[in-house]
Design a protein around this ligand. Sequence first.
Ligand SMILES: [Zn+2]
Length: 435
Amino acid sequence: MALAPAALLRAIVDTHRQARWSPERQRAWVDARLRAVVRDAADQIAFYRDHFADHGVDAQAFRGLDDLHRLPFLTKAEVQDQYPHRLLADGVELTQCVQSATTGSTGKATRFAFSPETFAFYLATSLRVYTMAGLRPWYRGAYIKYSPIPLPDLGRFSPVLHVPSILPAQEQLRRLMSFRPNVLIGYASIILELARLVTPADCRRLPLKFISVNSELSTPAERAYIAERFGCPVYDEYSTEETWMVASQCRAGSYHLFTDNVWVEVLDEHGQPTAPGEIGEIVLTTLRSPVMPFIRYRIGDFGRRPAVETRCACGRGLPQLESFEGRCDDAYILQDGTRLSPLKLLNTFTLFIKSDPGLIDEFRFVQTALGQARIELVPGPRYDPARGTALVEALTRVIAEPVAIDLVRVGAIDGPARIKRKAIESRVSAPQRAA
Ligand SMILES: [Zn+2]
């Protein structure tokens, strides 16, 4: 799967231009796009053909945004059951797609695919997250992620450093200090660990212009703490593995919804749109992934529309989200009371799930006491005990102090009756800290 630089360049120009459209023009575009997405899904995708028919939906008569509430929801369980053959558009070969998977934060793997064209668009919207925060072409960027993103090689023009998320914080900081990035991108809880570690002398040597945190919920207080420690602004974004970018903060601090990528509904417990300013469940419909669209997908996060929608000072016409909530795993508590980011453990599972599809269907990691933990694991169809042992060893390396980890194979994991249960849970209480 090769990414054509021309396609990427075109997507970059288009996504930056479209963000400046008026709200009315954005909405008209979404309306037309949605009609095409729904019609094509009914025509070309076995799952949606049956799913719509089962719920009495005539895709040919679907009129767009005003009819969206008539469509049935798509659940994670349906994606897990129906992927790949019944969820891919007719005639699409999986080998021509970008294949991906998420551990979500529920510990259950969800697999999906998208086309190289969609990937170019996703990369362009990712870039827009950072241009909205003030990225310049000559900035040196560093990002913290479980594995490197296959970016096109831009050579010396725009150097990029990948820092593996599961490395110890000291080693991550050492790599950042020697690369000296202008922009740092990564998981909120991992950058929070680095913020606790960084010294004023380190900061003077780091030419950081801004930090962008992603992938998990961070509070305004945590972002303010990171900003104070690193001495630069911190911006937040909201994305999901399945849909990529959903919203991100501009320099005026507003979360702009990326409605040129995904339409966001905020719904109450009866499936009705919430009143402005009220919290509700986020339901996503992708507009750019014809190979495998997600239509009214219950991602399991919660959000709030602004009480009053005003045009943002930055001039972008993309609508706004007041805040979002979700992703609330526990930190692992080390012997001295330090909190280890749950993302380090979650990403260790992710690396195994991505490299060995079929290894794990579902898991939960529970810290039962200081230095003790249990993995509850529902084996996948190609489970291999040797890989299970390797997983325990990898987690032990990430924790980097004595820990006894029991791996227990179970038939199912029952959690509280809520949409997202924790994948990483700690039953040890840690001393409270400022951030
Ligand atoms: Zn703005």
